[in-house]
Structure formats: C-alpha cells, structure tokens
Design a protein around this ligand. Structure first.
Ligand code: NDP
Ligand code: 2IT
Length: 451
C-alpha cells in the first residue's frame, strides 16, 4: 500500500469506508477531510499503514443504541432512539458530548465521535473520544417533559458510562438543564456522586468557565491565528452563526477583545446589526435563548434591525467569520462570498460547519482557516479540567481555569503550526490539526497491541 501515491491511497480508503457504511455521508466527509491531509504523512511513515491504524480508527470500539420511552405532559407516550458511540479509548476514557436534535442518527454521531478523538488528543489531556445523543427534539417541550426524557435516556445509558469509562457532556440541545436531569438520574441509579458528566452546575461539581469555554476558546484560537500576521481581533467586524452556547460566549469574548459582532442566527434566520451586538444586547439574547427559549427574530423586533428569514450570515461583509451553529452550514458559494467580501479569518466554533468544497476553497485562497477540531477544542479541554477538579475534590478559580484554557488553545495553535506549515510558509491548520491529533492516538494504539 505504501508504494501508491496519495491520491490512490485516499480513493482506496474512502471506497473502503463507504462500502462498509454507505448511508453515512457526514461520517464519510469527516474521514475524507482527515485522510486527505494525512495521506502523505502516512505514506512517509508506513508503520501506521502496516498496523492498519486508520482502518481501526474508523471502526468504533463500541456502538450502543437503545429505546427511550417517555410520556409528555398530556400522558401521550413517545419513543425516541438513543445512542452512544464509544470511538476510541487509546489515550483515555471515552469523552464527548450528547446531542439532542431530530437529525441525530448513527452516521452523524460517528462523524462527531471521529472528530472528537483527534480533538481530544490535541488538548494534550488524557481523553479518548465518544459522542452520543438522541433524535429527541427539545424545542417546545416543557421542563417536566425534558426531565422525563432525560431520566429515561439515562436509565439505559448509566450502565455503559462511568467516571473512568465514558464521560458525556453537552452539545446541541444539551446544556446545563439537561446535564442536571441526567446527572440526577445517574446518581440515583448508581447511588454514587462522581464526575460522570461534565458541564455540571457550579454548586454540584461543575467547573467555572466550562459554559464559556468553547466560545472563548474559539476566539482565543482566532486571536492566535491573527497574531501570526501581526494582527488582532480588535476593530474587526465579525460574523457569528448560531445563538446557543458556543455563539453566545464567542460573542462575549469578541466584544471583550474589541471586535464588532454584527450577526447571530438560529434555524429560522439571521439577525444583522451593523452597529454591533454590545454587552447589553448580548444579555438580552442570553435571557431570550437560555431562559425563554425564544427565537432570534425577537432581537430584530426589539432593536429594529434586519432579520434575514431562513438565511445564513455568510453574504455580509466581514473580516472574521465564526460559524457556531452546526455541520455543513458553509457551502462552496458561502465560502466564495465570504472571501469576496473581505473575510480572511474563519475559526470554527461548530463541528464541521464547512463542507469539503468550502474547506478546499479556504485553503486554496490561503486565508487563516481554523478547523473545528482545533478551534473549538476549548470546550472539551475545560471538561477535562472539570474531571481533574472532580478527581481532586477541589475547585479552581475562574481566573485559573481561564488561564489554563488560554494556554491550551495557544498550544493547540502551536501544534497546528508545527505540523501544518507548508513549504511556502502558509499554515494549513487542517493538516496541522489532523497530524497533530493523530500521532499520539496512533502511537498509543500500536503500543497497546491489537485491541
Ligand atoms: P446549542 O444547542 O446551544 O445551540 C445551537 C445553535 O445552532 C442554535 O442557535 C440552533 O438554532 C443552531 N442550529 C442548530 N442546528 C441548526 C441547523 N440545522 N440549522 C441552523 N441552525 C442550527 O448548541 P451549541 O452552541 O452547544 O453547539 C453549536 C455547535 O458547536 C455544534 O456544532 C456543536 O457540535 C459544537 N460544539 C459545541 C461544544 C459545546 O461545548 N457545547 C463544544 C465543541 C463544539 P435552533 O435553536 O433554531 O435550532
Ligand atoms: O464537540 C465537543 O467537543 C463537545 N460537544 C464538548 C464535549 C465535552 O465532553 O465537553
């Protein structure tokens, strides 16, 4: 196999992956992005090919699928499907979020778990990779219904997880409220209080800065990328998509660093505020989204700005784009439009928000492009720090955790530069993140034998 050139290598490997699981396009996409940038490295380091590391890495160590029956407030019975993909435990226990969204299926969770393995490795903390969730839609459900669903979900999941085995956290549709209900049920079933979940409330074992960590980390990463050009976020016009956990705290950090965020969005559309979202307006959004669970359009109504119905932010002029909503929210046309309008930094708060054509366009245009597995690793990194604090039965101050988060993001950026610098000096952060994340996992797999 190592005599083949990389194009053939990539094609052969993708045929292998697709023939095994033909119905999982998002998983194929995530694997392809990695294999495209790893091929030359693997061909130059054939021991990874001989050990079939890639073939092993695309095969989850375990996939759990289960039934989740629950009743709504009117007494109607609903059946959802739950999953946990335990992808790779070579450098630590499985670690990764839970997503509650109607689009969740095994292929989506495999893409997320595959990304998570490399991302967690990049953090330098001892965490393997996993991802789980359900096709349950938390929209328009009462707190009581969400609690009953979470209790039913955990009534099966609890037997598969544990503080040294698999430690879930939040993702789309799973925030502080859901983690609370899930933790309560785990504790009740196991009769033990452990750090089995991260993103816990601050009064019961959570870490300061965990809610902020993904958004802050993404902006720290963008700031590091800008530094390589002697530049900074200060004074930059920034587009952000989404208006959930990651988007909110990315906005907060951009404001703090002197940038101007002009958009946020949800699945119904985008608000465009040319004057910029300031701290007061952000507080309104946080209350709207986290307490009233309303739609972003209400911001447009309140502040008299445009709501672009069913549109994404990417046609608006900016310097920096931070996609923080969901996968494949930037296609090739969006990428072209972004660059045409002057955007020269893209840092991904979301997982795989750019499709492959968009990624190729960013790289070919030689802009600063930070892929999700590097740029959004701050969330899981602080989850790792939450696990450390739980093990020590201690809690660190806000400043201490934030400093550690910042230094982890600086280190990840540095690793991307080390492994991703092309001959012409351009830093291909995709290549850097993929090789940087891969090596430790691959070496550990070889050291641990065929398991
Ligand atoms: P939230 O559920 O808090 O917010 C998600 C936001 O994205 C909402 O505004 C939502 O709008 C929007 N969104 C979700 N799906 C779609 C869709 N199909 N089309 C358009 N908009 C959509 O999730 P998070 O902020 O936690 O997660 C956002 C992204 O960041 C995800 O890709 C996640 O995997 C990633 N991520 C999250 C981390 C974390 O710590 N939470 C860590 C690393 C990455 P609506 O309400 O209308 O659905
Ligand atoms: O995609 C991600 O990194 C997350 N959703 C966070 C995972 C975690 O375990 O904190």
């Amino acid at each position: 196999m190592n005599t083949k050139n990389s194009k053939v290598f990539i094609e052969d490997f993708m045929n292998y992956v697709k023939s095994k699981d033909p119905g999982q396009p998002e998983f194929h996409q995530a694997v392809k992005e990695v294999v495209e940038t790893l091929a030359d490295f693997l061909l130059a380091n054939p021991r990874y090919i001989h050990a079939q590391i890639l073939e092993r890495m695309v095969e989850p160590e375990r996939v759990i699928q289960f039934r989740i029956p629950w009743t709504d407030d009117r007494g109607n019975i609903h059946i959802n499907r739950g999953y946990r993909v335990e992808m790779n435990s070579s450098i630590g226990p499985y670690k990764g979020g839970l997503r509650f969204h109607p689009t969740v299926n095994q292929g989506i969770l495999k893409f997320l778990a595959f990304e998570q393995v490399l991302k967690n490795s990049l953090t330098s903390l001892p965490m393997g990779g996993g991802k789980g969730g359900s096709d349950f839609d938390p929209k328009n459900k009462t707190d009581n219904e969400v609690m009953h669903f979470c209790q039913s979900f955990m009534s099966e999941l609890f037997r598969h997880i544990g503080q040294n085995t698999d430690i879930p956290a939040g993702d789309i549709g799973v925030g502080g409220r859901e983690i609370g209900f899930l933790f309560g049920q785990y504790k009740r079933l196991r009769n033990e209080f452990t750090g089995v979940l991260t993103g816990k409330g601050i009064e019961w074992g959570g870490s300061l800065i965990r809610p902020e960590a993904t958004g802050y980390g993404t902006v720290y990463f963008a700031e590091e990328m800008l530094k390589t050009k002697g530049d900074s976020i200060k004074g930059k016009t920034v587009l952000i998509s989404g208006s959930g956990n990651v988007a909110q705290f990315a906005t907060e950090k951009v404001i703090e660093l002197g940038g101007k965020v002009v958009t946020l969005s949800d699945s119904s559309g985008t608000i465009y505020d040319p004057d910029g979202i300031d701290s007061e307006k952000l507080a309104f959004i946080m209350e709207l989204k986290n307490i009233h669970r309303g739609r972003i359009k209400e911001y447009a109504d309140k502040y008299g700005v445009q709501h672009l119905h069913k549109q994404r932010p990417w046609n608006i002029k900016c310097d920096v784009a931070l996609p923080c909503a969901t996968e494949n929210e930037i296609d090739k046309n969006d990428a072209i439009s972004l660059i045409k309008n002057g955007c020269f930094v893209v840092a991904e708060g979301a997982n795989m928000p750019s499709n492959l054509e968009a990624v190729h366009h960013f790289l070919n245009s030689k802009i600063l492009y930070g892929p999700g597995k590097a740029a959004n690793a701050g969330g899981v990194a602080v989850s790792g720090l939450e696990m450390t604090q739980n093990s020590m039965r201690l809690a660190w101050s806000r400043n201490e955790v934030d400093k550690k988060l910042h230094s982890i993001m600086v280190d990840i950026h540095q690793m991307c530069v080390e492994f991703g610098k092309d001959a012409d000096g351009y830093v291909n952060y995709v290549k850097g993140a993929n090789i940087g994340g891969f090596v430790k996992v691959a070496n550990s797999m070889i050291a641990q034998g065929l398991v």
